[in-house]
Design a protein around this ligand. Structure first.
Ligand SMILES: *Cc1c(COP(=O)(O)O)cnc(C)c1O
Length: 335
């Protein structure tokens, strides 16, 4: 049966050629992640929609400036790609991950328009892996010039500049990463400028380093993890630090702050909301309207964070359910 053999060969060849073409083009197929079971899908839709509704209700009672709506980042660490796919199909685009390798694996099987947020401890030796993920949207946990330099060095010129949030430790808990700006130790020297305290100075230095020395990065905000009981004071501390920092950054240069076309908004029910905004009014903006965002609030305190002015909330268990405990987690999240 030569003909059949040839036919099969031809088909194989065709597939092989397609496979090669696919592998060589820069675009990743839309989604090769499987879908979860119908039960799990329903569970995820219910949880995601409940969180979205709670965000919307809280934001509505806040009366934020028009056009400004917070971003809900679905924190999907340890969860299978199928779970993310279900949320993606429900319109979710922002996902947060704590481990570089896990992020790489998921980014390879999920659609290209996912906006990945790295929210774990960044190790310098992982900077190359992270910066190489084209649709890595933001690193929310920057706290050293060393890591800033590594990300800047590895972020290819053909990729969009990488958004960074500087992580602050607002509660002084030893287990947490970030620049310590907790007020607990007595402020030693008198305020050197409009900024007070050692941590605040370190923050200003790192921010200026990113703005001046890291053209492949863009400083867009500050991030904190609140205290386990609820982070009201932490959120106030982050807001204050942001408002002080905005005053020392170069006011008229388009090298920091939320980009004009950013769509930092919650996607309520599939469609794209009206993003951008922030035309000069409101907290955290300088007189020219350049803004730094606040990433704060998790499953147990995101509503409090929204009332405190959060632009980005990071919700994991509230959407995906409980996670198995894993090694090395204490630094990045609460028990
Ligand atoms: C895990 C994690 C979250 C999500 O926490 P949940 O309590 O599950 O909502 C948010 N932010 C960071 C930095 C995390 O590590």
């Amino acid at each position: 049966m030569r003909v059949t053999d040839l036919g099969i060969r031809a088909i194989h060849y065709q597939y092989y050629a397609q496979f090669r073409a696919g592998a060589m083009s820069t675009s990743i197929p839309s989604s090769s992640a499987p879908l979860p079971s119908p039960e799990r899908t329903a569970e995820l839709y219910t949880a995601l929609n409940e969180i979205r509704a709670r965000v919307a209700v809280t934001v509505a009672s806040n009366s934020p400036p028009p056009g400004r709506r917070p971003t809900l980042v679905a924190v999907s660490k340890y969860k299978p790609a199928a779970d993310l796919r279900a949320c993606y199909d429900a319109g979710q685009r922002d996902f947060g991950e704590n481990y570089a390798q896990e992020l790489v694996e998921k980014a390879a099987v999920l659609p290209r328009d996912v906006r990945w947020h790295f929210i774990g401890t960044v190790q310098s030796n992982k900077a190359k892996v992270l910066a190489g993920i084209e649709n890595l949207y933001a690193v929310q946990t920057l706290s050293s010039t060393k890591v800033a330099d590594a990300l800047n060095r590895h972020r290819a010129a053909e990729h969009a500049p990488l958004r960074v949030f500087i992580q602050l430790n607002t509660s002084g808990e030893q287990t947490k990463g970030g620049i310590d700006i907790s007020p607990s130790p007595p402020p030693l020297p008198p305020p050197p400028s409009s900024i007070t305290g050692e941590g605040a100075k370190e923050l200003a230095q790192l921010a200026m380093h990113v703005v001046r020395r890291c053209p492949r990065l863009r400083l867009v905000g500050l991030m904190t993890i609140g205290k386990p009981g609820g982070g009201e004071e932490d959120f106030g501390g982050l807001r204050e630090a942001r408002d002080r920092l905005v005053r020392v950054l170069p006011p008229d240069e388009d090298v920091w702050g939320e980009d004009a076309d950013a769509e930092f908004d919650v996607d309520l029910g599939g469609g794209k909301g009206q993003g951008g905004g922030g035309e000069g009014e409101g907290e955290g903006a300088n007189t020219l309207g350049r803004r730094l965002l606040l990433s704060m609030g998790m499953s147990h305190d995101f509503e409090m964070a929204l009332r405190g002015g959060a632009d980005v909330v990071r919700v994991g268990t509230g959407i995906f359910g409980a996670r198995p405990p894993k090694k090395g987690d204490a630094r990045a999240e609460q028990p």
